[in-house]
Each structure stands twice: as structure tokens, then as C-alpha cells.
Design a binder for this molecule. Structure first.
Ligand SMILES: Cc1cc2nc3c(=O)[nH]c(=O)nc-3n(C[C@H](O)[C@H](O)[C@H](O)COP(=O)(O)OP(=O)(O)OC[C@H]3O[C@@H](n4cnc5c(N)ncnc54)[C@H](O)[C@@H]3O)c2cc1C
Length: 367
């Protein structure tokens, strides 16, 4: 890495992974965030899956997976459970679509399998017999505790000399056409040579100050947590794109969500229950616990933006949609490439510039 002072704004999972990566390369790093892992990351239950519809997302997850598989080495209190993800269909027409998706995924090197109804039911005995087929990703899984994971990454970066300032950045400072620092709440100024902005929902506002417009929108997401879930109730994450529903057991809890057009909170609970009951038997016996409400920060094609933008010295990681945790290690690697002047087809695919062309390809497997 060039001997420069690098400031990272944001210590969610993305900023934390970037700080960890840059510190491992010997960079001089300062991370600024009032609290670690308390933004969108705090709402994330920890899903890490390979089964995506396009090459870029699949590659980002493939590059990140070894990190998650070794996460207990970072912190023995963290673990990765290879529980698998099961996407089910209840319709004969859905089988063809699933089969094409599995074929496409296998061509990308994703170890997805097409199961018929009885095979899927063997894996998840509570599946309704209306399920006629499923695609199964045995290497998909869940990492425990994304907040603790962010903290562990910052902790490791700090052990290598990275500084963490528990402060709010109020503005980006420029000298001519280059970034030269940030101003903090309270007026203090912190000079830097390179600024990496990984500020979740604040990316748009911070970059807007220096004339960079990011095509981001917020997408509502709620998770309904149920409690007193018996052991072995349902091991994989189960999703039905037809029912617009997904659910997953996490220890004694089960969270599930109606994924259709946003509705009021009462309707959300009702639809989650109703749609879930059409997929899994026994959900009606679990007790209501709480609803977690948040928003994805999404781009028009549901693919992240990882790019050098606007004035020189400014890099952004934005629009991580519903998969920011699972690709954070790869995003961090790409940021280190960008700061070293690197370029690659993957970086090209994640550039802000891609939205200038009309044919940006939507990621279809967002849940
Ligand atoms: C309900 C829900 C479920 C999800 N499930 C999954 C999942 O299973 N798997 C998955 O991979 N992804 C999932 N996601 C998406 C994932 O959580 C996000 O993509 C990811 O956490 C984004 O991380 P981030 O670091 O970019 O943003 P954040 O976690 O929001 O971090 C940004 C940080 O920047 C800080 N910040 C902002 N402005 C400033 C400022 N001016 N000065 C200093 N600091 C600032 C904030 O305090 C915050 O800590 C889910 C998201 C939601 C909402």
C-alpha cells in the first residue's frame, strides 16, 4: 500500500472489514463511527449464501466464504453454521424456472442442487407436501452475531495500529479537486490522503456534499421473530419466492418475513404467518417475540457500488442491499485493490459508471 493516511467513515460490517484488510496490509488507518456495528449491520441475522443469479454476486460471496468459514479464529465466540439454504416451489411451472437457475448457478461454480418434493421433505420434514421441488445450496450458512463480528474486526485492526474515533463526520473537506480530510461533530478536523466512505444509509448525504449523486433507495425489511422453537425445527433457511416468504431457525428463535410489497405492521404479521404456514408445518405453535424493522440500502440493480468517485482520494462502498454482510470481506479486498491503483472486471461491474448505461442487470435472487 502507498504510505498514505487513510480514513474510513463507518464501522458497520463493511467499514470494519475494510479497516481490517487495510491494516493487514500495513496501512495507516483511522476509522470514525460513534459506535461499531450499530447501523444496518445490527439488524442482520447473518445469512451467507452462494445461491445468486448473477456472476458478480456469486464471485463476491465465493471470495468471502473462506473468511466466514474461519471466523472462529478471529473470535472463538463467533461461529459459521453451514446449515444450507432451500428455495422451494409449489408449482409445476416453478420447477422449470428453478431448474434453469440451478443450471446457471452450477455453471458459475455454485454447488446448488435441484431436489424433488420428497428429497426436499427429507431435508426439512416440516415442509408442506405442496412443495414440488427445491434448489438447495449445501455450502450456504449463517454467521453468528454480526455486531460482535464487526467489533472483532475493528479490534484486530486496532491491534495492528488502526485508530478508532467514536465520532460523527459532518463533512468531507477538499483542497482543490482532492479530498484532504473530514470535519467531525464539534468542529475538529482530521486530515487524510484517502477517504473510504462506508456509511450505510448516510453514504448518499455525505457524498452529495461533494457533488457525487449515488442512485440509492431504501427498501423496507421487517423480520418477525418467534420464540420457543424446539431444537431441530428447521435447519436450513427456507424461502419461497412464490409465497414471497423466507424463514430460518436461529437456536431457540425462528425469524420469518413476508417479502412482498410493503404493508402496514398488522398486515405484515398476518401475511408472514399465512405465507409461512403455506410452506412449513408447525409455525402456528411458535410464540410471537418481536419484530425487527430496517431498510436495505439498494441500487437499481441490487448490486453494490465499490468505486473511486468524485474528487481524487475518495472511495465509496454503498448500496449493499440485503447481502452486505456476506460480501464484506470481498468488498474490503476490492477497496485495497482500488487504493493500490488496481482495476478488474469485477471492479468494473461494481462501478458507479455502470448506471450510465441502460442495461444494468438486476440481481433476481434478493430476499
Ligand atoms: C432486516 C435486514 C436483514 C438483512 N439480512 C442480511 C443477511 O442475512 N445477510 C447479509 O449479508 N446481509 C443482510 N442484510 C444487509 C446487511 O445487513 C447490510 O448490507 C450491511 O450490514 C451493510 O453494512 P454497512 O457497513 O454498509 O452499513 P451499516 O451497518 O449501516 O454501517 C454504516 C456505519 O456508518 C456509520 N456512519 C454513518 N454516518 C456516519 C457519519 N457521518 N460519521 C461517522 N459514522 C457514520 C453508522 O453509525 C454505521 O455504523 C440485511 C439487512 C437488513 C436491514
Amino acid at each position: 500500500m502507498p504510505p498514505e493516511r487513510i480514513t474510513v467513515v463507518g464501522a458497520g460490517i463493511v467499514g470494519a472489514a475494510v479497516a481490517d484488510r487495510l491494516s493487514a496490509l500495513g496501512a495507516d488507518v483511522t476509522v470514525i463511527d460513534p459506535a461499531i456495528g450499530q447501523g444496518i449491520t445490527a439488524l442482520c441475522p447473518g445469512g451467507v449464501r452462494h445461491q445468486w443469479s448473477n456472476r458478480e454476486t456469486a464471485e463476491l460471496v465465493a471470495r468471502s466464504l473462506p473468511f466466514f468459514e474461519g471466523v472462529s479464529e478471529l473470535d472463538p465466540g463467533l461461529h459459521f453454521d453451514r446449515c444450507g439454504y432451500l428455495f422451494v416451489t409449489h408449482r409445476a411451472e416453478g420447477v422449470q424456472a428453478l431448474s434453469e437457475l440451478v443450471e446457471q448457478q452450477r455453471a458459475l461454480g455454485i454447488p446448488a442442487e435441484l431436489l424433488d418434493g420428497p428429497q426436499a421433505k427429507k431435508l426439512v420434514p416440516r415442509l408442506r407436501s405442496s412443495v414440488v421441488a427445491a434448489s438447495y445450496g449445501p455450502s450456504d450458512g449463517f454467521v453468528s452475531d454480526p455486531i460482535r463480528l464487526s467489533q472483532a474486526l475493528i479490534q484486530r485492526a486496532r491491534s495492528r495500529g488502526t485508530r478508532w474515533l467514536p465520532q460523527q463526520v459532518t463533512s468531507i473537506q477538499l483542497r482543490g479537486e482532492a479530498v484532504c480530510g473530514v470535519e467531525l461533530a464539534g468542529g475538529a478536523q482530521l486530515p487524510c490522503d484517502q477517504l473510504v466512505v462506508a456509511a450505510g444509509h448516510s453514504n448518499q448525504e455525505l457524498l452529495g456534499q461533494v457533488g457525487v449523486q449515488l442512485p440509492l433507495r431504501r427498501e423496507e425489511r421487517r423480520l418477525h421473530y418467534l420464540k420457543r422453537t424446539p431444537p431441530g425445527f428447521c435447519r436450513p433457511l427456507v424461502a419461497s419466492l412464490e409465497q414471497r416468504w423466507a424463514g430460518k431457525q436461529l437456536g431457540g428463535a425462528f425469524y420469518h418475513s413476508y417479502l412482498g410489497t410493503p404493508v402496514g405492521s398488522e398486515d405484515f404479521l398476518e401475511l408472514s404467518r399465512q405465507r409461512g404456514a403455506a410452506v412449513l408445518d408447525g409455525l402456528e405453535d411458535l410464540e410471537h417475540d418481536r419484530v425487527v424493522q430496517g431498510q436495505y440500502s439498494s441500487t437499481p440493480d441490487h448490486q453494490a457500488i465499490v468505486d473511486r468517485v468524485g474528487p481524487s482520494g475518495l472511495t465509496v462502498c454503498a448500496g449493499l442491499s440485503g447481502h452486505g454482510l456476506m460480501i464484506a470481506p470481498a468488498v474490503a479486498e476490492l477497496v485495497s485493490q482500488l487504493l493500490s491503483g488496481g482495476a478488474s472486471p469485477l471492479l468494473q461491474a461494481l462501478s458507479l459508471q455502470r448506471f450510465a448505461a441502460p442495461a444494468a442487470r438486476d440481481e433476481r435472487a434478493v430476499i
